[in-house]
Design a protein around this ligand. Structure first.
Ligand code: DP6
Length: 328
């Protein structure tokens, strides 16, 4: 009898960002980070270890991926095999429920789902904390996607001490994000390579670590106080400091497009008109607007001067992973 484990994991958007590793092999970050898991965007992955399979087979949105393109996933399956003693190859089926080419943090939900489905299919019964540690080895931001609501990833100093935990779940107040999905030109540099370049070449990096650590303390307080303006202001400043690192790297790079700047300006104009909204940005052109659901209509109307309604996706705080198991 074999077992297929299917896991649904939601993506998360960092409010205090992870942008640099102190140990690339163990994926230990330079600083802790805090995120909000979102309901609207998720990955669903099923894993079966098949004693008859001769190689790992990975399909994405129902298309088989060539092994050279699936190396990161295959390496991660090797890590699961090493820990569990499982020797069979795996059949991995994954689908992303993120609007087409939105580029919204799919490695976060992707590796969180793969860690949970793969480890359980291989016979490991890991706690959520251990799943968070395991997901970290696939992609740093996946560490946080095991959990729902507001989540903090403790940087730690070794494998055991670097994991995430929920700091508020469920989220019992009105805070949401509107994703402004913008046309991506080819990504100038992956997040993995971009953050590494910043760590090794930006003269401002030590100041980033120092200010990010201070942001963590203030962000925890703002979340506990249900203070949307404080959460938003901190998130916005933290995001711009992260992007300033990219401009100060050698060679410099950035993820912004002209539309990114248009969306930022629209948020600033709304705020000047008394609407409590803030923006954050990750390793891509999309802008995420932090706001209350009561302002959704006003914000969407303002943004629709520049963007189509289909580019504006409203997301609420979302749950942690869910796991289902079938025997066949
Ligand atoms: C800007 O988790 O994609 O979204 O660990 O190298 O896979 P790797 O990087 P990744 O980086 C995410 C960076 C970010 C900020 C964040 O999510 O904290």
């Amino acid at each position: 009898m074999s077992k297929t484990v299917t896991v649904k994991a939601h993506t998360n958007i960092a409010l205090v960002k992870y942008w640099g590793k102190k140990d690339p092999k163990l994926m230990l970050p330079q600083n802790g980070s805090i995120s909000l898991t979102l309901d609207h965007f998720y990955t669903e992955t099923s894993v079966t270890f098949d004693p008859h399979a001769t190689a790992d087979q990975v399909s994405f949105n129902q298309k088989v991926i060539a092994p050279q393109k699936a190396q990161r996933i295959i390496k991660f399956l090797d890590l699961i095999r090493e820990r569990s003693g499982e020797t069979a190859r795996a059949i991995v089926k994954t689908s992303n429920h993120v609007p087409t080419s939105a580029g919204l943090a799919s490695s976060a939900s992707g590796f969180a789902a793969l860690a949970a489905a793969g480890s359980r299919a291989a016979g490991l019964e890991l706690s959520l904390t251990d799943l968070s540690r395991l997901a970290r080895r696939g992609s740093g931001s996946a560490t946080r996607s095991i959990f729902g609501g507001f989540v903090e990833w403790h940087a730690g100093s070794d494998d055991a001490s670097s994991y995430a935990e929920p700091i508020q779940d469920p989220v019992d107040w009105d805070i949401q994000m509107i994703a402004v999905v913008l046309q991506a030109s080819k990504k100038p540099i992956s997040s993995t390579a971009g953050m590494q370049r910043v760590v090794t070449t930006s003269p401002y990096y030590p100041a980033w670590v120092e200010t990010a650590n201070a942001d963590l303390v203030a962000m925890r307080q703002a979340i506990a106080a249900h203070d949307l303006a404080a959460v938003g202001e901190l998130a916005e400043t933290n995001a711009m400091r992260m992007h300033a690192l990219n401009l100060s790297a050698k060679p410099a790079f950035n993820y912004f497009t002209a539309d990114t700047l248009t969306a930022i300006k629209a948020v600033q104009d709304l705020r000047a008109n008394g609407i409590n909204c803030y923006y954050t940005l990750d390793a891509g052109p999309n802008v995420k607007i932090i706001c209350a659901s009561s302002d959704t209509g006003t914000i969407k109307t303002a943004l629709q001067r520049y963007f189509a309604a289909s580019q504006l996706i409203v997301a609420q705080p979302g749950p942690g992973i869910s796991i289902t198991e079938t025997l066949h």
